[in-house]
Design a protein around this ligand. Structure first.
Ligand code: AHR
Length: 503
């Protein structure tokens, strides 16, 4: 069997893992809200119309924070439309997704849903068609204790206690020509800075995420980060990054290597943040919020057909990617990449959560099920807590169409607060099993308590409502641990979770 080696030590540390690394995202888009989390009249609907079966799958994922209400949607959104008596809320055309927004679910309802999901709201303000004053208004509405016009409006709308939203996004993808209110870096930086100041004057306890460029492939990338940070560095806390990958040309080895691009992207943005810090002689470090990431390409053609057939319908079935097994492997490698960079990536949001490029799917009036990508996310969220370890990995590499020297064994490790160690590992080899030797001597006597394996013989295998466990975790082959040295069999094309505890 081919060999790879990993060395771990409790003193080789990347940093503490912020639980918000396992965030997600619900946008008013497609069937994420209407027909996703919310379906009054469904047999599983609770008294507010939220689907209990969906909530159970979300709670199981352990998502500490959910970004809301967009996305592109937020750049034309009027938050005032989404509060107050539901029957008086306006229906609006949404120019981001060419649908009609009923506002039946708004700020109060979503905050209630997030509470039921054991999550916090990460709220995005509209800096596309609106500006700083409107942004500070919604902070006052949501977070001020009362005794002012907007906080009293919240109380009159049925919520005495502040919503206490701690994390706020200053707009969304503001360099994108598809965005309502697109801006240059300097324009955005100025607006973001003024909004940030006023929002923090209303509530100094909040944290703010400024828009980075909407992707590393954008012509604006790099210069955008430099210029906008130059304007708002002192008043913001995180820079936002977004990245989606696809396998349009059907080249699995190249597709599975895309997490190397993710790693480069993170390092580049970290360098820019630190360059601006240096330029400003600042003591403050700006960290990263990777608040949209996933695989996204399966539904692209289908969406064009939907829009040809019917623009402006409510809850059109948009961005409904059906994920296959190889997508789950890349999602696993993306999670490994975030853990390797956990010292600077403090927030990450799997985009999105339900129906729209999502780990959870529903049928209107029917069931809900976990897509393939649900599993690596669940495992990382459940076991990848505590401290990210700096794993030394010695593995064969391969070259492919888009990348050189791609590690066959993509692996990292975390240590929980009880001293348990978890290794996350993707074997990118299409055909060969590997023997992974893990040097754990620095931890004293350890035993392998669990090997969780996600594998399917067909990289294109998917889960459906009728076959929801077609791609699902099972017990892996495990291996031996002797004198602090483990040797574990890692099957070809697989996602693995190895859990070690004190013997
Ligand atoms: O997540 C889907 C869309 O992708 C979001 O609305 C936007 O921010 C990004 O382009």
């Amino acid at each position: 069997m081919k060999q790879a080696r990993m060395t771990l030590d409790r003193d080789y540390v990347v940093g503490r893992i912020d639980p918000r690394l396992y965030g997600s995202f619900i946008e008013h888009l497609g069937r994420a809200v209407y027909g996703g989390i919310y379906e009054p009249g469904h047999p599983e609907a609770d008294e507010q119309g939220f689907r209990r079966d969906v909530l159970a799958l979300v709670r199981n994922l352990g998502v500490p924070v959910v970004r809301y209400p967009g996305g592109n949607f937020v750049s034309g959104f009027h938050w005032e439309d989404s509060v107050g008596p539901v029957d008086q809320r306006p229906k609006r055309l949404d120019l981001a997704w060419f649908t009609t927004e009923s506002n039946a679910v708004g700020l109060h309802e979503f905050a209630d849903w997030a509470g039921k999901a054991n999550s916090q709201v990460m709220y995005a303000v509209n800096l596309g068609t609106r500006g700083p004053e409107n942004a500070r208004d919604v902070v006052e509405y949501a977070n001020h204790r009362g005794g002012s016009r907007l906080s009293d409006m919240r109380i009159a709308n049925g919520r005495k206690d502040p919503l206490d939203i701690k994390l706020w996004c200053l707009g969304n993808e503001m360099d994108g020509p598809w965005q309502m209110g697109q801006k240059t870096a300097a324009e955005y930086g100025r607006v973001a800075n003024e909004a940030a100041k006023m929002m923090k004057w209303v509530d100094p306890s909040i944290e703010l995420v400024a828009c980075g460029s909407s992707g590393s492939g954008m012509p604006t990338f790099g210069d955008w980060e430099l210029k906008m940070l130059d304007e708002c560095y002192d008043n913001i806390d995180y820079v936002s990054l977004h990245r989606y990958y696809g396998n349009q040309d059907g080249n699995t080895p190249s597709f599975l290597a895309r997490s190397m691009d993710l790693d480069d992207f993170i390092h580049t943005v970290v360098s820019i943040c630190d360059a601006v810090k240096g330029k400003k002689h600042s003591k403050k470090t700006v960290n990263l919020s990777f608040d949209e990431w996933n695989v996204w390409y399966h539904s692209n053609e289908q969406d064009k057909e939907i829009w040809k057939r019917e623009k402006w319908g409510p809850a059109l079935p948009l961005l409904e990617d059906v994920y296959n097994f190889e997508d789950a492997l890349l999602v696993g490698s993306m999670l490994i990449t975030f853990l390797r960079n956990a010292d600077r990536v403090k927030i990450a949001c799997l985009a999105q959560l339900v129906n729209v490029i999502a780990p959870i799917m529903t049928r209107n009036g029917g069931g809900c099920w976990a897509q393939t990508i649900y599993w690596p996310f669940l495992h990382a969220s459940k076991y990848g807590r505590g401290t990210a370890l700096r794993a030394l990995v010695d593995t064969p590499v391969y070259d492919c169409a888009d990348y050189e020297a791609v590690p066959v064994i993509d692996a990292t490790a975390t240590m929980d607060d009880e001293g348990g160690v978890t290794v996350f590992c993707v074997n990118r080899d299409l055909a060969e099993d590997y023997a992974l030797g893990i040097d754990l001597r620095a931890f004293g006597g350890m035993k392998l308590t669990e090997h969780v394996l996600l594998h399917h013989d067909d990289v294109k295998a998917v889960n459906t409502e009728d076959a929801p466990m077609n791609v699902a975790p099972a017990a892996g082959p495990g291996g031996t641990v002797d004198g602090g040295r483990a040797e574990i069999r890692i099957p070809a094309l697989s996602w693995n979770v190895l859990r070690f505890e004190k013997a």
